[in-house]
Design a protein around this ligand. Structure first.
Ligand SMILES: Nc1ncnc2c1ncn2[C@@H]1O[C@H](COP(=O)(O)OP(=O)(O)OP(=O)(O)O)[C@@H](O)[C@H]1O
Ligand SMILES: N[C@@H](CCO)C(=O)O
Length: 354
C-alpha cells in the first residue's frame, strides 16, 4: 500500500526584543516535506531506508544522509524512543525549504519540528503537538522558535524546572542523543524517552494591522556563535529593564490600533542585542535610528532571533522602511534581501494525501 502525506512548518522570529528565549512569532514562510512510502521504491542505498531530496535554501550545504540531516535525525530520535529503528522500506522525502539558514528566522527550529512530526507520522505514534514539543526541546534547548513553529502565532514559553537527572539529559546535544555507532542501527540501543511537559506556552493575540518586515543580510550567524558572545551573568537593572518591557509588549501587540509610542520602547532590550553588535555591523545604529517619528508606519524594531535578520513591525510604508534599513546596512558593505511576512496563526500542519 502506498501512503503519502505533507508536513508544513512555519519559520519564526524569536525574542521580539526583550523576550530573549521566551517570545516567538510563527511566520508565513513554510518548510515543506513531501513524504511517500511505497514499498516499490528502492531505498536500499540508505541504512535507514530513506531517499532524501531537497530544494531551496540550504540546498548546497544540507546533508542528504538520513543519519546526518537534522530533519531525519530528529524523526529517527522520535521513532527510536518508541523502539522503531528505521524508516519503513521505500520512504521518499522531498524537502522544499524557503527559510534561509542561520539568519534568525528559525530554520533549525522548523527542521526539528518537521522532523518530530515526521517521526510521529511515520511511526503512527499518535503524539499530540504538546508531547512532540518535549522531543523537540530535548534537541533545541530554548523554546521560543520551537514553540512558535509547532503551534504558530505569537507565543510566550518557558521550560519547567527539571530533576537533576533530566537536567543532565536536556543538555544532551543531538549528536549525543543519536551517538554513532552506539545509538545507531546496529546496536539496537534506544535514546531516553523525554520527560513529559517540559515546555509550557501561551498564545497571545495579534493586532491584525501589524505586519512583519524581515530584512535578511546575505551572511549567516549560527545560533551557537551568537549565543557565545553573551555574558553568563547580568546586572539587576538590565534584567528589570527587560522584564518591564516584556510585560507591556505582550499586550501592546494585541491592541488595535497598535500604539507605536508604547510598542517602540517596549521592544528594546539589554540582554542580548547589545552583545551581538560585534557579529552584525551596524546593528546598534539601525536599532536606535529607525523610530516611528522618522519612519511612518513603524511600530518597533529588533534583531530577529540570533540574527543577523532585522525584524521591523509596521502597519504601512513597508517598502520604504525595508529599503531604508537595507541602505543603512549597505554603509557597512552588507547586502540584504527582504520579505513582508504575517504571523502563521495555525502553526505546523500534517496533511494525509493517500
Ligand atoms: N531545512 C533544513 N534541513 C536540514 N538542516 C537544517 C535545515 N534548516 C536548518 N538546518 C540546520 O540548522 C542550522 C541553522 O541553525 P541555526 O540555529 O544556526 O540558525 P537558524 O535556526 O536559522 O536561526 P535562529 O535560531 O536564530 O532563528 C543549519 O546550519 C543546518 O545545520
Ligand atoms: N532565543 C534564541 C533564538 C535563536 O535560536 C537566541 O536569541 O539565541
Amino acid at each position: 500500500m502506498v501512503r503519502s502525506f505533507t508536513i508544513k512548518v512555519p519559520a519564526s522570529s524569536a525574542n521580539i526584543g526583550p523576550g530573549f528565549d521566551v517570545l516567538g512569532i510563527g511566520l508565513n514562510l513554510y518548510l515543506e516535506l513531501q513524504v511517500t512510502i511505497d514499498p516499490k521504491i528502492d531505498t536500499s542505498s540508505d541504512p535507514e531506508n530513506v531517499l532524501l531530496s531537497y530544494e531551496g535554501e540550504g540546498a548546497d550545504e544540507v546533508s542528504l544522509k538520513s543519519d546526518e540531516n537534522l530533519i531525519t535525525r530528529t524523526a529517527l530520535y522520535v521513532l527510536r524512543c518508541d523502539d522503531v529503528r528505521t524508516f519503513p522500506k521505500g520512504t521518499k522525502i522531498h524537502v522544499i525549504n524557503p527559510i534561509p539558514l542561520g539568519r534568525g528566522l528559525g530554520s533549525s527550529g522548523a527542521a526539528v519540528v518537521a522532523g518530530a512530526l515526521l517521526g510521529n507520522s511515520i511511526g503512527q505514534l499518535g503524539y499530540s503537538k504538546q508531547r512532540l514539543l518535549d522531543y523537540c526541546l530535548m534537541i533545541e534547548r530554548h523554546p521560543d522558535n520551537i514553540t512558535a513553529a509547532m503551534v504558530g502565532g505569537f507565543v510566550g514559553s518557558y521550560l519547567r524546572d527539571l530533576s537533576p537527572e533530566d537536567t543532565q539529559r536536556k543538555e544532551i546535544p543531538l549528536a549525543e542523543v543519536l551517538p554513532e555507532p552506539q545509538g545507531g542501527i546496529n546496536t539496537g540501543l534506544n535514546p531516553p524517552v523525554p520527560p513529559k511537559n517540559i515546555g509550557h506556552h501561551i498564545k497571545y493575540g495579534w493586532a491584525k494591522e501589524i505586519k512583519c518586515i524581515a530584512i535578511i543580510p546575505d551572511f549567516e550567524v549560527s545560533t551557537a556563535s551568537s549565543r557565545g558572545v553573551l555574558p553568563t551573568t547580568y546586572e539587576r537593572h538590565d534584567i528589570i529593564f527587560n522584564l518591564q518591557r516584556i510585560a507591556v509588549l505582550t499586550t501592546a501587540l494585541t491592541q488595535s490600533p497598535p500604539d507605536p509610542s508604547l510598542i517602540y520602547p517596549a521592544m528594546q532590550d539589554r540582554i542580548h542585542q547589545p552583545y551581538r553588535k560585534t557579529l552584525i555591523h551596524g546593528l546598534t545604529e539601525i536599532l536606535s535610528s529607525f523610530t516611528p517619528e522618522l519612519h511612518k508606519g513603524l511600530l518597533g524594531i529588533c534583531l530577529s532571533g540570533a540574527g543577523p535578520t532585522i525584524l521591523a513591525l509596521a502597519t504601512e510604508n513597508f517598502d520604504q522602511i525595508a529599503k531604508d534599513i537595507i541602505a543603512r546596512f549597505a554603509v557597512e558593505d552588507i547586502t540584504c534581501s527582504w520579505k513582508l511576512l504575517t504571523p502563521a496563526l495555525e502553526g505546523s500542519v500534517v496533511e494525509e494525501l493517500a
